[in-house]
Every structure is written in structure tokens, then in C-alpha cells.
Design a protein around this ligand. Structure first.
Ligand SMILES: N[C@@H](CCC(=O)N[C@@H](CS)C(=O)NCC(=O)O)C(=O)O
Length: 226
């Protein structure tokens, strides 16, 4: 039977917000279609308003229903298809998972601006600006706190994969891409993300994209992402 679910996304190379609900849908093993609209394309110009009330991606279509904005898509998927398994079961862990996910959704502007997600290119020796370094230190503190308090058993922030991991996956890809180095529990968590089959599927699809969006690229020598 055809899936009723369609996730409208941007370029896999650049669209960090698209990656988050896509990853959750994959980990929930839900059958869904993708509809990709490349940024700055004629297709985007002519079609985005038909798909997205906010004019942004991602948007999840479930039959006639449209759900937009990453956090609300994740909450919808969790409630409608995962019977709550999208968040940790333990109430304290769940509260922390929601807090760090909300912090990710609303924060880290310097990290986002200076290290835009790029799943095709890796920038060895990239000079991270001081304000982005402060954001990075806070992300690492979050990862360490979650892993040490709630990480066992399992390799994800709260043991098993949850929405918080979907929220931080693009950040992990940025750390890999922009050569941000660190060690310990945080580094092991980065490996978990990079080795995840769904993440690798996304990166592989990004490698096959041909569009180069100048606004999303940084000016620094690069090599292949993986
Ligand atoms: N708060 C939104 C942000 C969505 C967003 O900024 N999406 C970007 C792509 S990653 C976008 O659609 N950019 C195109 C534009 O702003 O015109 C969410 O969480 O989904």
C-alpha cells in the first residue's frame, strides 16, 4: 500500500532541519515518501508555497494534514506513530531530552551561521570563530551530561535513539565537517552518529546531489565529507 506520509525536504547537502524529522521517521521505521525541493531553484520559487505554510522545509504531509516546523513534526510523529517512544521513558530523562532539544531548536546561532551544514564537503583546519566555539562547548557539555546521566545501555544520548538525537545529528555532522576535535564520551557519541545506517544513507544521497548553493558554502579548501 502507498504511504500516506510525505516529508517535504530541501537539499540533503545543506538542509539540517530536513535531516532531523527524516532521521526520526527512519528510526521509527515508518514508510514515507520524500519530496525534495532544491533551495534557490525555480522549483522552490514556484512550488514551496503550495507545500509549506511557512515557506520553509521540512513539512510532513499525512494525507490531507500538513505539519510544519521540525519540533512539531517530531512531536506529531512521536504521538501518532510511536506511542511516545520518541522520548525516553523515564520522566527525568524525558524532561532533560526535551530541554536540550528545545535549546537546540532555538539556540546556537553562531554555530549555525559560521558552520552551515554541508554533507558533501569536509573543511580540514577550518578556523572556528570565537562565538561559535562557545556554542560548540555548550553542545559538548550537553552531550556529555546526557551520555553520563542516561546513556546506558546504548550509544545514543539517552541510550536508545530518541528525538534529542535527531535534533543533534546535524550538529554532529558539522563537527565532523569543520574538523572540530574533542575526545571522551562526546567523541564516542559523534562516532555513533557518523556510523548510523540512516545518517550514512542521507550522506550518500547528499553526495549524489549536483546543486551547489553559493549562499550555503564557506570559502575554505575542502575534501570529500566521508
Ligand atoms: N524553525 C524551522 C526552521 C526551518 C528552516 O529554516 N528551514 C530552512 C532549510 S534548513 C529553509 O526552509 N530555508 C529556506 C528559506 O528560509 O527560504 C524548523 O524548525 O523547521
Amino acid at each position: 500500500m502507498d504511504s500516506k506520509l510525505t516529508l517535504v525536504i530541501g537539499n540533503k547537502t545543506y538542509s539540517s532541519w530536513s535531516l532531523r524529522p527524516w532521521l526520526l521517521l527512519k528510526h521509527a521505521m515508518l514508510d514515507f515518501k520524500e519530496f525534495r525541493i532544491p533551495f534557490h531553484s525555480d522549483q522552490w520559487k514556484h512550488e514551496i508555497d503550495q507545500h509549506s505554510p511557512s515557506g520553509k522545509v521540512p513539512v510532513l504531509k499525512d494525507g490531507g494534514l500538513r505539519v510544519w516546523d521540525t519540533f512539531s513534526i517530531c512531536e506529531y510523529v512521536n504521538e501518532r506513530f510511536m506511542t511516545g517512544r520518541g522520548w525516553p521513558k523515564d520522566p527525568s530523562a524525558r524532561a532533560l531530552a526535551r530541554s536540550v532539544s528545545a535549546e537546540m531548536h532555538s539556540g546556537f546561532p553562531h554555530l549555525r551561521q559560521s558552520l552551515p551544514m554541508n554533507c558533501r564537503r569536509r573543511f580540514p583546519g577550518f578556523p572556528v570563530p570565537d562565538n561559535a566555539a562557545i556554542d560548540i562547548a555548550r553542545v559538548l557539555e550537553i552531550w556529555r551530561t546526557c551520555r553520563l546521566a542516561y546513556g546506558d545501555p546504548g550509544p545514543w544520548l539517552f541510550g536508545g535513539f530518541c528525538i534529542a538525537d535527531a535534533m543533534f545529528a546535524p550538529v554532529a555532522l558539522r563537527f565532523h565537517g569543520y574538523d572540530v576535535s574533542f575526545s571522551g564520551a562526546e567523541a564516542r557519541y559523534l562516532d555513533t552518529v557518523l556510523e548510523d545506517a540512516a545518517v550514512r544513507e542521507w550522506i550518500q544521497a547528499a553526495a549524489e546531489e549536483t546543486e551547489v548553493v553559493a549562499e550555503e558554502e564557506v570559502d575554505w579548501p575542502y575534501e570529500a565529507f566521508l
